[in-house]
Write a protein that binds this ligand. Structure first.
Ligand SMILES: [Zn+2]
Length: 137
């Protein structure tokens, strides 16, 4: 098994390929590529093969940590023109749009109270810590 396939399985991701990963003492950044050719509107699931443009900066979400390291997913996204919602960044299966949340769905399911825009260095490890982190915002 290739390392990229192993990382994809460990992270529980579907509909993507792992392009590369970066490891530092504090974090792991996994760069992904969507495998589908159609672009999906995140608000209504309208789909199209027509790409309005590509975002110049990769979107990035905090994922569940791997060991002692923070894990971030990075992915280049395109924008589509939805008849109902206008020009909008395509959706991904593992997270809500970055404008709504900086966390993957796995993090949100595990920590339902995590503030959507919180980008602190550590996820809270207990409800008490989570309450404290809310006050720190
Ligand atoms: Zn739409």
């Amino acid at each position: 098994m290739r390392v990229t396939s192993l990382v994809k399985q460990i992270l529980g991701l579907k509909g993507v390929v792992v392009r590369e990963g970066f490891l530092s003492q504090r974090e792991v950044v996994v760069n992904l590529k969507l495998t589908r050719s159609k672009l999906l509107c995140p608000k209504c699931n309208y789909s199209t093969r027509s790409c309005d443009d590509a975002r110049t900066v990769d979107s990035r979400w905090r994922h569940l940590d791997m060991g002692i390291r923070e894990t971030w997913l990075s992915c280049s996204l395109r924008r589509l023109k939805c008849p109902s919602h206008g020009v909008i960044t395509e959706s991904v299966s593992f997270a809500r749009p970055v404008a709504e949340s900086r966390f993957t769905r796995d993090v949100e399911h595990r920590w339902p109270g995590v503030p959507p825009r919180w980008t602190g260095p550590q996820l809270p490890s207990s409800p008490h810590c989570m309450e404290n982190s809310r006050h720190d915002l």
